[in-house]
Design a binder for this molecule. Structure first.
Ligand code: ZN
Length: 421
């Protein structure tokens, strides 16, 4: 988590340090190594040919993959795979393949034999296996990722999610966008066909190949005739005037849900026990397994089973507020009492443990020990911009707004007038 925030800050410093040198054009405003690529990018690689004598095959690790199965699929014999595995034994454990990371093999076009192999272990390390006579030799190299800013655009047809998938916007960025706007927009009800969004986001490349996405640095959603903009500044998101987009606590700490199935009531009949009791929170109906966010920055106070609540988490957000999350299917790994969490961290997953008839999240906001209605309570906003930050923020907005508002290149290419320019 801290690493994630640190990278955002260093990027911001690059951006704001540069405009003080020159204000002439876009190319000068950005540091030279940060490129803005205007295209609806896909992170999936297609096999490409490396020179005329070799062909490159690539594979992104999925759950349950094993290297021997992948290599068998690439046509390697059991004996070759055994030699390959033996060469790696001293430098890397081949069982530790991580979901989502990339494998690449380069093959001799004539003999279809494996010439070289690469696996990006993490953002700093690369496993390189090269043919060595009759066998292979393996080593771990350090790799440095190059960060680029890429633009993604989509027009909403039926749902935001579907539009994003069709425009090949990585899921991670879609969820991030929903989280950024969660206090401003209700993605279940506020979007209409014809609404659209654009975003500028970090994409990390390993020698020309996209390997992962980072933060959204700016976004724009046009919904119902209104435009909502978001700019990332010092790990938080603000509108163009510098107003924070977040509340200190989320009203609905889920990215996706079906509906509010039960509201906050001082007295109601319990659906399972039949007894009349207050309903001290809201029930948010969602698919089992939907990630649950920490509603605000805070400290985990309780993780475990709590009677009819089933698997429950309680977070303390300072002296005034607590939040409670019940009926979870499971907790996020590593979550324990005393752990510090940031707003938006995944703390668990929707389920129906305890007294519950269907998967949902029971969510409470407790103020000075007393439950308040999460949907209506007057929640404080996040800290506003400090006055010393106004000027650098304004410069950042000026730079990014120009990029966000530019007509996407894809559309420009489709225009018949394009050739004449
Ligand atoms: Zn409930």
């Amino acid at each position: 988590m801290s690493k994630r925030y640190a990278s955002g800050i260093s990027f911001f410093l690059l951006l704001v340090a540069w405009p003080t040198l020159t204000h002439t054009s876009y190319h000068h405003v950005y540091p030279p190594r940060v490129q803005v690529e205007v295209k609806a990018g896909s992170l999936e690689m297609t096999p490409s040919s490396a020179g005329s004598s070799a062909v490159v095959r690539s594979h992104r690790i999925r759950r349950g993959d094993s290297l021997s199965r992948i290599l068998t699929g690439w046509g390697l014999s059991p004996e070759t795979i055994e030699k390959f595995a033996r060469s790696c034994r001293k430098v890397f454990n081949l069982r530790e393949l991580r979901k989502g990371r990339l494998l690449r093999g380069s093959f001799d076009l004539a003999t279809d034999s494996l010439l070289a192999f690469e696996y990006s272990i993490d953002d700093q390390r690369l496993l390189v296996v090269a043919r060595d006579g009759d066998g292979f030799s393996a080593r771990v190299e350090s790799s440095l990722l190059e960060r680029r800013i890429q633009r993604f655009d989509a027009v909403i047809d039926s749902s935001l999610y579907k539009a994003a998938m069709e425009a090949k916007v990585p899921t991670h960025l879609v969820l991030q966008m929903m989280e950024i706007y969660s206090a401003v927009l209700d993605f279940n009800s506020d979007l209409r066909p014809g609404d659209s969004f654009s975003m500028l986001a970090e994409v990390f490349f390993d020698r020309g190949n996209p390997v992962k996405t980072g933060h959204i640095i700016a976004a724009k959603i046009s919904a119902g005739g209104e435009v909502h903009r978001a700019y990332r500044f010092q790990s938080s998101y603000y509108d163009e005037s510098g107003n924070p987009l977040r509340r200190s606590l989320m009203r609905k700490p889920l990215a996706r849900y079906r509906r509010i199935s039960s509201r906050f009531l001082r007295s109601r009949r319990h659906p399972v026990t039949g007894r009349r009791r207050p309903h001290n929170g809201i029930d948010i109906s969602a698919r089992s397994g939907t990630p649950i966010y920490a509603a605000g920055d805070g400290k985990v106070e309780f993780v475990g089973r709590k009677g009819g609540f089933g698997r429950t988490i309680k977070i303390s957000h300072g002296a005034v507020y607590n939040t409670l999350y019940a009926h979870l299917r499971r907790f996020a790994s590593g979550l324990r009492k005393g752990k510090l969490v940031r707003q938006g961290d995944v703390i668990g997953y929707v389920g129906q443990s305890g007294l519950s008839t269907a998967p949902h999240l029971h969510y409470e906001i407790i103020k000075y020990g007393r439950s308040v209605d999460p949907l209506r309570a007057d929640l404080p906003t996040s800290a506003p911009l400090a006055s010393k930050d106004r000027k650098p923020f304004g410069e950042l907005v000026a730079t990014l707004a120009a990029q966000l508002d530019r007509v996407p290149l894809l559309f420009a290419i489709a225009s018949p007038f394009c050739d004449k320019q």
